[in-house]
Design a protein around this ligand. Structure first.
Ligand code: SF4
Length: 324
């Protein structure tokens, strides 16, 4: 982006941004901009179908985050075509895409079914690879072996919802897996040579700011390629909303200014080798019970965070010390 940034750090990335930016990582990997198109392939989740629980994670609602073209009743190809048409309006020159299996747990099916669904996506002429969002307990060596085969010809990434490094929090939000489960899945996926991503939420009930900041050190020690961070949002219709409305004092939702300060401090301790895809979530306002941030789009937020990094003359990993 800006050529005006003074490069004061010895960044391990080869661009002038102050964090290890996902868009630059892709540009380097593919030599061009690639865009993700979301796919809802009709998966469910063991935390919703009764295998582990029926309630799901207390914050879970896939509707808030799925684009309108993503409907499980449409074929993978139809969703990709509609997704590409949707993105073409904004990014006319983009011609390469990644299919993002986004809704629910996208490895929670037999290998045969996964072969069909991923294979259909990869047959599409504009699709350069797949990104698979799933739970840490929905992967095994057989599936990873298949993904490793796919990754020899295509970009393949598995993204795990981890949400917190603390088991007390994971219990409280009914994740139905432990942090150790997540660490095992990340290590195994990475050992198979597959790009490994993780998603975390900041502001979950019961966690202090210091505990969240300490997660930078824990995450830094994992063999992760990419991370996504979201601030906690209270989404209408979720169990979390009920808890919040019953006792808002149990929640410490970040204001925008608080979050800006937090995320900059967090980034300073984060391993600079880890690519950061997002800093925030952006559920459409109509889904939110509480709206504290006004109308800020994700790209604006990213720009404001970079501006603050510049003002403070700091960057991702400035205070990172390798301890693992
Ligand atoms: S694991 Fe994902 S899909 Fe399943 S209940 Fe939790 S947030 Fe929802």
């Amino acid at each position: 982006m800006k050529d005006t940034v003074t490069q004061t750090g010895n960044y391990p990335w080869d661009h002038n941004r102050r964090f290890n930016a996902y868009s630059e990582y892709f540009r380097k990997l593919f030599g061009e901009r690639v865009q993700k198109v979301s796919v809802n392939a009709g998966f469910t989740c063991p935390n919703r179908d009764g295998t582990l629980s029926t309630g799901g994670c207390t914050f879970c609602t896939n509707d808030a985050f799925s684009p309108s073209y993503c409907k499980a009743e449409k074929s993978v190809t139809a969703q990709i075509n509609e997704g590409i048409a949707f993105h073409k309006k904004r990014y006319r020159r983009v011609s390469s895409y990644l299919a993002y299996f986004q809704s629910y747990s996208n490895t929670y099916a037999s290998l045969e079914r996964l072969v069909d669904l991923y294979g259909e996506a990869l047959k599409h002429p504009a699709i350069r690879g797949i990104i698979i969002g799933t739970r840490p307990d929905c992967i095994d060596e057989e599936k990873l072996g298949y993904l490793r085969e796919l990754s020899r010809k295509h970009y393949v990434a598995v993204e795990y919802g981890i949400e917190s490094c603390y088991d007390d929090t994971l219990r409280r939000i009914n994740r139905a897996h432990t942090f150790e489960d997540a660490v095992d899945a990340v290590k195994l996926t990475s050992a198979y040579g597959i790009s490994t991503g993780a998603h975390f939420i900041f502001g979950l009930p019961g966690e202090s700011r210091d505990e969240m900041l300490a997660e930078a050190g824990i995450i830094s020690g994992l063999p992760l390629t990419t991370v996504k961070f979201h601030q906690l949002q209270i989404i209408k219709g979720t169990v979390l909303e009920k808890e919040y409305l019953a006792d808002p004092s149990g929640f410490q939702l970040f204001s925008w200014e608080e979050y800006l300060g937090f995320i900059v401090t967090f980034l300073e301790s984060l391993n600079p080798d880890i690519v950061v895809e997002r800093f925030t979530g952006e559920a459409p306002p109509r889904f939110l019970t509480v709206s504290l941030w006004g109308k800020k789009r994700s790209d604006q937020i990213s720009g404001l965070i970079e501006r603050r990094l510049e003002e403070l003359d700091t960057w991702q990993g400035r205070l990172y010390k390798e301890i693992f």
